[in-house]
Design a protein around this ligand. Sequence first.
Ligand SMILES: [Zn+2]
Length: 340
Amino acid sequence: MRRIPAVLLSLALSWVSAAQDAAPPPTVQAPTPTGTSAALPAPDAAAEKEDSRAASGPATARPILFPEELRPGDALLVRIPRSTSGSPREAVLRSPSDAVLQRSAGFLMGPDTEWEVFVFGLPMDAPPGTYAVELPGSVDGRTPSFRHTLTLRPRDFRGEDISLNADLTTLRTEPSERKDREARVYAEVLGRVDPRGVWLDGPFLRPLASERRTSHFGDRRRYLYATGGSASSVHAGIDFAAPTGTPVVAAGRGRVVLASDREVTGKTVVLEHLPGVYTIYMHLDTLSAAPGAVLERGAPLGTVGSTGLATGPHLHWELRVRGVACDPETPVFAAFQPGP
Ligand SMILES: [Zn+2]
């Protein structure tokens, strides 16, 4: 099977003072890729010195990036002392070619927070190289008020072949108005970034009791059609096999923004956790989540089934960050804390 090289991001900081920001001490706990917490390194002596040199001007503070190492398909969370004006800002993620890969409007995790939060989703095909997170400057509008660079390292993805019977071949290949209509609604839901959509209050948990992964995030798939043809695709989530009727629960606190029976993904639930951050649960046998409801972490939303394009009972669990399919087990959310 061909191994697809992708990338790991490892963090290298280059910090330019944020001229208009307040300065709470950097006491935040940073999640590690293993899901445990580790204290962020204290600012080194040089940085302390730099901060004290700047003390005659407005105070400075370090932004916090989660995690310190990233791979393609990971989410990146940046927490920055909120601006003294209180108005939301926009941070950008730059690709190795310096193009703006993604923009993220800041949001607040709560009314009393000192921190503005930005979330990015790295595509699974992100090319290797140096990435940067920047917040536009507040002085001349050109010099970033901060800039962090991150280096990508390779990640391997697996390959798999999936044989489809005649019915599933038809389901996957035949165009239908219903598919088109459902695809438009789905894209609209997942593309929404609502700054009030802040629900998440803890780390994601696995949404069902199953150790059996039948497909992994980023698997390079080849569908073998009953008609003899084939097609390639990339698996955007994780599949867990489990008996029909196994309870499926919310991976984290979130609002139900879609709960419907779709032609291809079967009975499907989408939860909004943060602005532009969604988890998706597909192929359910039954739905118990009502659109608009806010589910606590671990609350039931349906049961495992094989509705839609499925070759057997399983849960397809997916994470979308600003429309980008990310690994549902990305460290940012496996160790998420709502505040420092
Ligand atoms: Zn799947």
